[in-house]
Design a protein around this ligand. Structure first.
Ligand SMILES: NC(=O)c1ccc[n+]([C@@H]2O[C@H](COP(=O)([O-])OP(=O)(O)OC[C@H]3O[C@@H](n4cnc5c(N)ncnc54)[C@H](OP(=O)(O)O)[C@@H]3O)[C@@H](O)[C@H]2O)c1
Length: 297
């Protein structure tokens, strides 16, 4: 039996490594290259790599990813690197005859004031959230790349490139960097730091009332494989030629206050938690050294 060869771009990342954990039990050949072996921003390297490997499927989980602080500090990196990676991978996939690809976007592609719950049709219906606009614009371009190759080459070359938009993810392999992390690892890190340093209080910027949706990364990986393997007729039934992406989430919202209470309990931090409504977004202040950390809202 011939096993399909699957390339996982971003194999060391949180989603990429979850995909490997699930796919290694299937009858497939997994192909991985980390950034030191293949820089996905380098067009020549990517084209040569794809030319030399007979790849059947690609999970495009490589990206420049970060929370709101990283997005507002490095907007050029976010737009440039993401556009380069996805343009190189998607176009080289097409040139080398790869028929199936799954592009991972993000729920931040939707307008700031999108109707809730956000439906796929809300895409491009209004202005984006300014803080992560460059990242969102790159992700929207990724969806439109996939869509355009399907529209132009779907029939003639059997191109079937799909897109999934994950909500906020958490789980093994998460990034606990004090400045560049997302909200769950950021809160875990800060409550843990406050606990081991016996700090009397932790302040979270914002009111704590905004709600966010979270999904475990294993569930995201399972959903990605499910959507990649879905019969084309079924995928087409739920999408259209110019609205071809699928949202992936848990379907349940949680306020930042509820989330921080759960994390505080699990970490076992017994100090006081303050919310500072005068601050623009979630930032935690450790009261001992006043170190500020921005978190993705
Ligand atoms: N995490 C979330 O909450 C979340 C939410 C919504 C959507 N997503 C999307 O899901 C996808 C995967 O996210 P993730 O959380 O798994 O991100 P991650 O943990 O940061 O992993 C990204 C991976 O991409 C690799 N990469 C970045 N630039 C590269 C380059 N130039 N060449 C080769 N590899 C490169 C990174 O390599 P290094 O290890 O060398 O840095 C890393 O392995 C992304 O498209 C992201 O936008 C994530």
């Amino acid at each position: 039996m011939i096993r399909p060869k699957i390339f996982i771009a971003g194999s060391k990342g949180m989603v990429g490594s979850a995909l490997i954990r699930l796919l290694k039990d299937q009858e497939v050949e997994i192909l991985i290259k980390d950034r030191t072996e293949l820089d996905l921003m380098n067009q020549d390297s990517v084209q040569n790599f794809f030319k030399n490997e007979k790849i059947d499927q690609i999970y495009l989980a490589a990206a420049k990813v970060g929370g709101i602080y990283a997005n507002s500090t490095y907007p050029a990196d976010f737009i440039y690197q993401n556009l380069m990676i996805q343009n190189n991978v998607i176009h080289s996939a097409f040139l080398s005859g790869v028929k199936k690809l799954l592009f991972l976007g993000s729920s931040c592609i939707y307008p700031k004031n999108a109707n809730q719950p956000m439906k796929e049709e809300e895409l491009l219906s209004d202005k984006l959230e300014p803080t992560n606009e460059p990242y969102a614009v790159a992700k929207i371009a990724g969806i439109k790349m996939c869509e355009s190759y399907n529209r132009q080459y779907g029939v003639s070359d059997e191109i079937d490139y799909r897109s999934v938009m994950p909500t906020n993810l958490y789980g093994p392999g998460d990034n606990y960097h004090p400045e560049n992390s997302h909200v769950i690892p950021g809160l875990i890190y800060r409550f843990h730091e406050a606990k081991i340093n016996n700090l009397p209080s932790v302040t979270i910027w914002g009111t704590g009332t905004p709600k966010r949706e979270f999904l475990h990364v294993e569930d995201m990986a399972r959903a990605s494989i499910f959507i990649m393997d879905l019969d084309k007729k079924d995928y087409d039934k739920h999408t259209s030629s110019m609205c071809s992406h699928i949202n992936v989430g848990s379907g349940k919202d949680l306020s930042i206050k509820e989330l921080s209470e759960t994390i505080r309990e699990v970490v076992g931090y017994e100090g006081v938690v303050h919310f500072d409504p005068n601050k623009p977004y979630y930032q935690l202040i450790l009261h001992q050294n006043q170190k500020k950390v921005c978190l993705n809202p």
